[in-house]
Write a protein that binds this ligand. Structure first.
Ligand SMILES: [Zn+2]
Length: 228
């Protein structure tokens, strides 16, 4: 029965409802791949050195970050914008995990001491509406490659507005927005804080300040993309 479905009905389904690549919205010929070959080969990778790159300028020197990395450059209306939109708003958490794996492959080449990955949390109300936290999906993909654990070590206390669309002081809005989870303890070690995009860095900075209250941890950050 399963064979019959795969051999007859699925090709018909593909014919009437072709799978579109989330990067370029063109039909994907190889249905085993999440992205078309053209997008996979032209993704704008940063090739940053996680220990020394321009992202450090977005954070104060007083914040003791071990390393900092973004996998792609976000250009408005580019492939990466389409991918992030698809992960967040079109119910494709598997794309987040897939790109998280790519992030993991890159990070793996630089570090062998990573204890765990910590996703930037969504407010529970927003997570219920979406059904998942996109940062957690990215973290899961990354953890799979690095062979470490995902620690939901932060909780979001405030349902803050979309920071990209606000003119108010972002740091001020985020005061008290995050705290340490009372149930998820962090053993001593090196952790990566994970989010989908780095824009001003205000959200990551607010999370890092809370995490660094734990004296026994060493903190790095990584995102799928950074906005130029
Ligand atoms: Zn494509």
């Amino acid at each position: 029965m399963k064979k019959l479905l795969q051999e007859t009905l699925l090709p018909l389904y593909d014919l009437f409802f072709p799978k579109l690549c989330p990067g370029c919205k063109q039909k994907v010929l190889n249905t085993n791949k999440l992205l078309c070959w053209s997008c996979l080969l032209t993704l704008p990778e940063t090739h940053f050195d996680p220990k020394d790159n321009l992202l450090f300028k977005k954070f104060p020197k007083t914040l003791p970050l071990h390393s900092l990395f973004a996998l792609f450059i976000f250009y408005p209306k580019g492939i990466v914008e389409n991918l992030l939109y698809t992960i967040k708003y079109e119910q494709h958490p598997e794309l987040g995990s897939f790109l998280g794996q790519q992030l993991g492959h890159y990070i793996q080449a630089f570090f062998s001491d990573i204890k765990g990955v910590i996703p930037v949390p969504l407010h529970p109300k927003r997570e219920r509406l979406r059904g998942y936290n996109q940062a957690e999906k990215i973290a899961e993909g990354m953890a799979e490659i690095l062979g470490c654990k995902v620690y939901n070590a932060l909780i979001r206390n405030k349902n803050t507005p979309q920071l990209a669309h606000t003119k108010k002081d972002r740091d001020e809005i985020l005061i008290g927005a995050f705290s340490l989870s009372p149930t998820e303890k962090l053993p001593k070690g090196h952790y990566f804080l994970i989010d989908d995009i780095l824009t001003t860095g205000a959200t990551l900075k607010a999370c890092a300040k809370v995490l660094l209250k734990e004296e026994k941890i060493c903190l790095s950050m990584a995102t799928l993309a950074y906005r130029v």
